[in-house]
Design a protein around this ligand. Structure first.
Ligand SMILES: [Zn+2]
Length: 242
């Protein structure tokens, strides 16, 4: 059985395959994460081969045939190429980190329109000049952790269920996230200042964040370590090195 499928998607990766083709991984609106072959994609005159580039949003036509390992991407049209991201090294670095984060996690091959919309919106935000690229990246990181089922709550302590807001200080455990002062005093986890707690709160609820490189970097390394605890095989985000 074969069918023609159409969906919008963001390109995560593109690699050469054989002398003439390319293999691409997309996160699509209607099919979730898919890997496809672009026949003739290495040809310099292949429009599809050029359009299907990491970070681009595209409309694709997929020729789906049962029994085939990798399905065929038969054509693509460009929706957005995020030119402001591509011309700014700092934006580009965090843009690739977002793609790496998505591509590095196991995602079911099934539609997840909310996640797709979240990804698309975060790239639109990164492409605008509303906010520091690193802040945009951390907002996405927290949203993505929630989508993966590893939410870091700023409402209740995961160990005792008491309310988190209003504590004099907090703790952070890599297996559970932010904990209350009572649980932290019992020797659980690292101490987390109210400043950092407020920052988590702002990042999660899209409130304005005062950019302080030191605290922002601290949250970033905390989130990476948190994901390392929850995701087998996840080590680092290479895009952020160097
Ligand atoms: Zn607690």
């Amino acid at each position: 059985m074969s069918e023609i499928l159409k969906t919008e998607a963001i390109v995560l990766t593109k690699i050469n395959y054989s002398d003439s083709s390319k293999i691409v991984t997309l996160f699509s609106e209607k099919l979730g994460k898919v890997t496809l072959i672009v026949k003739g994609g290495r040809n310099k005159n292949s429009k599809t081969g050029i359009i299907v580039d990491p970070m681009n949003i595209i409309n694709v036509v997929i020729y789906n045939k049962s029994g085939r390992d990798v399905q065929l991407l038969s054509s693509a049209d460009l929706v957005s190429l995020f030119s402001n991201i591509r011309s700014d090294y700092n934006k580009l670095k965090y843009g690739f980190a977002i793609l790496e984060l998505i591509n590095g996690q196991y995602l079911h091959e099934e539609p997840n329109p909310r996640l797709y919309l979240g990804i698309k919106k975060i790239f639109e935000r990164l492409n605008s000049f509303e906010e520091e690229p690193q802040i945009v990246f951390l907002r996405f990181f927290l949203f993505f952790l929630k989508e993966l089922g590893f939410d870091i709550s700023v409402a209740t302590c995961p160990l005792c269920n008491s309310d988190l807001p209003g504590n004099k200080f907090y703790g952070f455990v890599y297996s559970r996230g932010i904990i209350c002062s009572n649980c932290a005093e019992k020797g659980n986890g690292l101490e987390l200042s109210t400043e950092l707690f407020d920052l988590y709160n702002c990042l999660k609820f899209k409130k304005t964040v005062n950019f302080n490189k030191l605290t922002i970097d601290l949250i970033q390394s905390q989130l990476i370590r948190f994901l390392q605890h929850h995701s087998i095989g996840f080590n680092e985000l290479k895009s952020l090195n160097g």
